[in-house]
Design a protein around this ligand. Structure first.
Ligand SMILES: Nc1ncnc2c1ncn2[C@@H]1O[C@H](COP(=O)(O)OP(=O)(O)OP(=O)(O)O)[C@@H](O)[C@H]1O
Ligand SMILES: [Mg+2]
Length: 285
């Protein structure tokens, strides 16, 4: 059975085209550099992008091109130097909007809290009934395969399990938009593929939009409905690829011919940008 969408069954991304959840218009980000005569670093942009409600959007790009900067702008953790970023029609300003959950690049679990308390921490700002709170924690533990480790501490877990704790901590808030910054960066290839399956499961079950930053082309090709390819810094979107996968995909699609074609196109778009980012621009044709 092929897991690629057929023309008779349009992908969710196509069906949801009308519903824009996040929009970036002419967005630039510059950082001030101290001690160099005030010369600013142009980290990102200009970027124009719309994320559709419920889609899985991945961003790939060379190291240092501004991927985390882009995610921080959408998360409300940083403000654009120019342009406008909006979530559900409202400008994002200075704080994480309600309905948005973030999982950061580094392991951000709290070593002094048990797995259960780490997850409960995600709910600290929300006023919810204690029974509902416990229900959400149990459900996030189960979804991330952590039920048996609820009383363990992060130091007793593997890197992948700690990252699942961080995802569960975000899940309990029931976000409509989940932002993931290289959440599997530290994992081996097999675990990354399996974690990818878990993220696909949670995307299907929650109906949330997922915005995933990754440097792994295969991860983007397997998980996303659409993949944005960024240039070397200042990061701009140089290509957007529609994968056409059906919603019930899983890591087995890596065996499909279409998967190879997507990763090949990603690398075609990215190769010269990656060379630039390490200071070795492409020579000749
Ligand atoms: N707070 C900051 N102050 C100054 N410069 C910054 C700051 N944050 C990021 N930068 C600069 O902006 C650029 C983009 O950084 P960013 O972290 O967004 O890249 P990235 O694509 O996420 O890289 P990586 O793939 O290594 O995670 C880099 O040149 C970085 O030095
Ligand atoms: Mg980054």
């Amino acid at each position: 059975m092929t897991m690629r969408a057929t023309t008779a069954m349009p992908s969710v991304a196509t069906a949801a085209r009308a519903q824009v959840q996040v929009s970036l218009r002419a967005v630039d980000k510059e950082f001030n550099r101290t001690g160099r005569g005030g010369e600013a670093i142009h980290a990102l942009g200009p970027i124009d992008l719309e994320l559709r409600q419920g889609e899985f959007f991945a961003v790939v790009g060379p190291s240092g091109c501004g991927k985390s900067t882009l995610l921080e702008l959408v998360a409300g953790l940083s403000t654009a130097t120019r342009g406008e970023v909006a979530f559900e029609g409202r400008p994002i300003k200075g704080r994480i909007p309600d309905g948005v959950g973030v999982v950061f690049q580094e392991d951000a679990s709290f070593p002094w809290l048990s797995v259960r308390d780490n997850i409960a921490f995600g709910l600290r700002r929300m006023k919810i009934d204690p029974r509902e709170r416990e229900r959400r924690i149990d459900s996030a533990l189960a979804m991330m395969g952590l039920t048996a480790f609820a009383q363990s501490y992060p130091a007793q877990l593997s890197g992948g399990m700690r990252q699942r704790v961080c995802i569960a901590r975000t899940l309990v808030t029931e976000p409509r938009l989940i932002l993931l910054d290289e959440p599997f960066g530290a994992l081996d290839q097999q675990t990354r593929l399996l974690m990818g399956d878990e993220v696909l499961n949670l995307w299907r079950k929650t109906g949330a939009t997922v915005f995933l930053i990754t440097h792994a082309l295969d991860e983007a090709a397997m998980l996303a409905d659409r993949i944005g390819v960024m240039s070397a810094r200042p990061g701009r979107l140089i290509d957007i690829i529609e994968t056409g996968w059906s919603r019930d995909r899983d890591s087995r699609i890596v065996q499909e011919e279409a998967f190879g074609a997507i990763t090949a196109r990603l690398w075609r778009s990215l190769r010269s940008e990656s060379l630039k980012s390490i200071g070795k621009p492409e020579a000749g044709p």
